[in-house]
Design a protein around this ligand. Structure first.
Ligand code: SAM
Ligand code: GLN
Length: 284
């Protein structure tokens, strides 16, 4: 007799399978993948444990499970990630937006708001557009330029801008850091650049090391290559009283603030939810 795969039973099986394969959050991943395939909220699963899956749903779930044990991040399997309460399309060409990056967004929103109704900012290394587009969502009169070296990431960010209905307030550029923005003037320049030191890449989780774009991660020997260039070049593109705000990796805040000292008047360091220094702000 064929076994009947109900929601409750397959979740239990998948949780166990993921656990055996060393997946970090086995139950949550099993639920997120299944609710995505069923086109339902996660809560639906809990009140329909006895509902059997259709053969087509089961086939799609099996495929998702296979990808997950090959360490494909959940966000790439379902094709989206929530950030700042908004949904961003993501693919293997874009870094998966991290919750820690919300610290940078919140800090930038507060400080941009204080600079008037219609602030202009740039987001360097925009990836999926998470930073830039969420700020445009929360500041309905702000205008932005974004730069990414990856044309494939830019295409995803453009799709996200359209979906979030902010496309009319953002201009996308493909190129190297600040180069495409020569001659512009901003209230703020924001960036979550690649910052993993070369020697630390081998120790990253397989999901990050094997599946996320290397150009989104590798920050040179000490991880600070992009900060050297941004702190040197950003002041020329900032209005008086404007600021550069960057996300940094662990133990990088003090050295990055030190890089900013010669060209900026004042720096701030903000911590993330885990108490790690995560954002450096340098005021022109
Ligand atoms: N801003 C997104 C976020 O926070 O989720 C993505 C950040 S990801 C850590 C860094 C991004 O910088 C990647 O999208 C990568 O393609 C881009 N990048 C790498 N080198 C670059 C360069 N020289 N100029 C512009 N962008 C670059
Ligand atoms: N926060 C990412 C990680 O820990 C790295 C992103 C970056 O280099 N900016 O994997």
């Amino acid at each position: 007799m064929q076994e009947l795969w109900t929601i409750g039973r397959i979740l239990k099986w998948t949780e166990q399978f993921f656990k055996e394969k060393g997946i970090e959050s086995p139950r949550l991943d099993a639920e997120v993948l299944l609710s995505h395939i069923l086109g339902r909220e996660r809560i639906y699963l809990y009140v329909h444990f006895d509902e059997p899956l259709e053969p087509a749903e089961l086939a799609r779930y099996r495929d998702a499970i296979k990808q997950r044990v090959q360490r494909v991040p959940v966000a790439y399997i379902i094709g989206e990630k929530e950030f700042m309460g908004l949904t961003f399309k993501v693919t293997a060409d874009t870094l998966v937006p991290r919750p820690d990056t919300e610290i940078l967004v919140q800090a930038a929103v507060e400080r941009l708001r204080a600079r008037g109704e219609t602030p202009r900012f740039a987001d360097i290394g925009t990836g999926s557009g998470a930073i830039c587009l969420s700020i445009l969502h929360f500041l309905p009169k702000a205008q932005a330029d974004t730069v990414d070296i990856s044309p494939a990431a830019r295409a995803i960010a453009e799709e996200n801008a359209a979906a979030l209905e902010v496309a009319d307030r953002v201009t996308f550029h493909t190129g190297d850091l600040l180069a495409p923005l020569a001659g512009q003037c901003y209230d703020a320049i924001l960036s979550n650049p690649p910052y993993i030191p070369d020697g630390d890449i081998a120790a990253l989780a397989p999901e990050v090391r094997l599946k996320e774009p290397r150009t989104a991660l590798a920050g040179g020997k000490d991880g600070l290559d992009f900060y050297r260039r941004l702190t040197a070049d950003a002041p020329a593109l900032l209005k008086d009283g404007g600021f550069l705000a960057v996300e940094v990796g662990i133990h990088q805040a003090a050295p990055v603030a030190a890089l900013a000292v010669p060209a900026f008047s004042r720096t701030e360091i903000l911590k993330d939810y885990a108490g790690i220094e995560r954002v450096v702000i340098a005021w022109k």
